[in-house]
Every structure is written in structure tokens, then in C-alpha cells.
Design a protein around this ligand. Structure first.
Ligand code: PEP
Ligand code: MG
Length: 324
């Protein structure tokens, strides 16, 4: 079976009815670039930059960010990469900054990710400057985690415009058209995806957090792990709304949470209209095999019918039927 999957490495991810699907890799460490290549990823859909901050007492400066990104971009040799800005807090804590005041009861609802970055420009600016400078070295996109409100996007876009001016006056190179995208990880973002799509170049659905926030279950609390269900109708509706909003505004929508690499959901996601999936490199071939054996036109009809009937049927039944 392993050999069988290995034969797919150089084969394109095209469905049986000829629709091209982008299968991308998630990256946590620079070393993971090798695995992304080895499993035939055509891009990096999510580079989690938190590791730069881990296991140290100080904060990385702009040059250290840039050196790390340069090395990765060089290793990718033209393969595009989406760099996510710092997503600290709750499940990703470090020594230098803990992303929450002591005594905060609900850190997942607190000062994390983009909220923390906007509060602490000394944390955010060096990274934004470095990502912009890295965009001169290869195909780079910038992605913002945990977006909840339009005002956050507006503030960040203004900050990026300001930094571009700075870089111009310092004669430092960058891609003036660097695409800026936002993650859909909070129900509020999914329900306002149309407005976000008008302000951003792309959207990416982060199901790990979207499931947590939609179902009100802590993603790292085993006691409520039994409730963690990406196939919950509420989650599926939010995913569908995000995809449709992107399509209405001609903005690409991808998925980079664990659901994207779970073979149980591939056909459902294709049927909902997703065309870009980013996952752990080790899942790529198994997902590619499903993609190549799927007919998205048929799946779209089946999923459409399912949503129309959802109040009366069990999502798991539909998923089984799609996969049968
Ligand atoms: C997600 O929330 O789905 C996601 C991809 O981000 P992370 O797992 O890093 O929170
Ligand atoms: Mg997340």
C-alpha cells in the first residue's frame, strides 16, 4: 500500500472529472521543507512561525526572522509559501510572552494571536517587516490568524501600508503586491467571510480553532474531547458559508486545519467547493488518491442535497455515503 501511494508523488492532484486540486503542506520547522518536497506538495499552505519564539527568554528580531524565512524560501526553490504571523496564546505558549494576564480564566478567548500582536507592536512589526522583505526572495503570501472583526483587518492593512513606506524609504526590497489573507477560525469570521473577502486576497479555514470556538469545547481539554466533531452541522454550515463567500467575491478559500488532511472528509470538502487543502506532509498522498478517484460534479450535487435536508439527516450518514 505504501508503494502504491508512493507512485502518486509525481502524479497531478486532478479529480476524475478533470478539476485541479491544490494539495499543500503545513510547515512547523524549517526541516519540514524536506518532507513537503518528499510527498509532492505543490506549495506550503500554512507555515506556523511560533517555533521561532519557543524555548528562549528573548524575542527574535527582524534579521533573525528574515534569516529563517530566507532559508526556507531558498529550500522551497520556487514553491509558494504562506507565512502565518505569530499565533501565540492558549495552546502555544512561550517563556518570553505568555499571551494572557495571570489569572485570566479563558485564555482562548483572551489576548492571543492577532490580538496580542496588535497590542504589542514590538512583537508584530519586526515579523511584518521580515515577511515583507522575504517576499522579495520568492512567492510569499502573508496570513493572519484568529481574525474576528473587520476593524482588526483594517488596522493591520494600515500597518502594512506604513511598513511598506518605511521599507521603500530604506531602499529594502519587497513584493508590493504581497497577498494578505485571513484565517477563518472563529464563527464571527465565518459569518462575515463576505466582508473579509472584500478586504483580503484570500481566506483559509482553520478547523482546529473553528471547531473549538463553534462547539465551545477547549481543543486541549481531554475531558471534552468526545465533543470535538468537525462534522457537527454547525461547523459544516460555517465552512460552507466561508467557501461560498469566497466564491461570491472571487477570493480563493483554502483549508489548513486537521480536517483538510483527514481522508474521511475529503469528498465532503470537494463537494462543498474547496479546491485547496493544506495538511501535514504525511497525509498528502492518501488525500491525493481520494482526489484522483473523486468526481466533484457528482459530489457537489450530493452535498447540495445533503445541506438542503440537513435538519432531517445525520451528517455522518452522508459522509459514509460519499465515501462508500
Ligand atoms: C487551525 O486552527 O485550524 C489552524 C490551522 O491553526 P493552529 O492549529 O495552528 O491553531
Ligand atoms: Mg488556529
Amino acid at each position: 500500500r505504501r508503494n502504491h501511494l508512493r507512485q502518486l508523488i509525481d502524479k497531478p492532484a486532478i479529480t476524475a472529472d478533470g478539476v485541479e486540486i491544490e494539495l499543500l503542506a503545513n510547515l512547523e520547522l524549517p526541516e519540514d521543507v524536506a518532507a513537503a518536497h518528499a510527498y509532492g506538495a505543490t506549495g506550503i499552505g500554512l507555515y506556523r512561525t511560533e517555533f521561532l519564539y519557543m524555548n528562549r527568554a528573548d524575542l527574535p528580531d527582524e534579521e533573525e526572522h528574515l534569516a529563517t524565512y530566507s532559508e526556507i524560501i531558498r529550500g522551497l526553490a520556487g514553491v509558494p509559501i504562506t507565512i502565518r504571523t505569530l499565533d501565540l496564546g492558549t495552546d502555544k505558549r512561550i517563556g518570553a510572552i505568555d499571551g494572557g494576564e495571570p489569572g485570566v480564566c479563558n485564555p482562548a478567548l483572551g489576548l492571543r494571536a492577532i490580538r496580542l500582536c496588535l497590542k504589542e507592536p514590538t512583537l508584530f512589526r519586526p515579523q511584518l517587516r521580515a515577511i515583507l522583505r522575504a517576499s522579495a526572495l520568492g512567492p510569499v503570501r502573508l496570513m493572519l490568524p484568529m481574525i474576528t472583526s473587520l476593524s482588526e483587518v483594517d488596522t493591520i492593512c494600515a500597518l502594512i501600508a506604513e511598513i511598506k513606506e518605511e521599507l521603500r524609504s530604506e531602499r529594502l526590497a519587497f513584493d508590493p503586491d504581497l497577498p494578505i489573507g485571513g484565517m477563518i477560525e472563529v464563527p464571527a469570521a465565518a459569518l462575515t467571510a463576505a466582508q473579509l473577502a472584500r478586504r483580503l486576497d484570500f481566506l483559509s479555514i482553520g478547523t482546529n480553532d473553528l471547531v473549538q470556538y463553534t462547539l465551545a469545547i477547549d481543543r486541549v481539554d481531554d475531558a471534552v474531547g468526545y465533543l470535538y466533531d468537525p462534522a457537527h452541522p454547525a461547523v459544516l454550515r460555517l465552512i460552507r458559508e466561508s467557501i461560498n463567500a469566497g466564491q461570491r467575491h472571487q477570493r480563493p478559500v483554502s483549508m489548513c486545519g486537521e480536517m483538510a488532511g483527514d481522508p474521511r472528509f475529503t469528498r465532503l470538502l470537494l463537494g462543498m467547493g474547496l479546491r485547496v487543502l493544506s495538511m501535514q506532509p504525511g497525509s498528502l498522498l492518501e488525500i491525493k488518491e481520494i482526489v484522483r478517484n473523486s468526481n466533484v460534479a457528482t459530489l457537489a450535487g450530493e452535498v447540495e442535497h445533503f445541506f438542503a435536508q440537513m435538519d432531517g439527516s445525520d451528517p455522518n450518514g452522508l459522509i459514509e455515503a460519499l465515501n462508500a
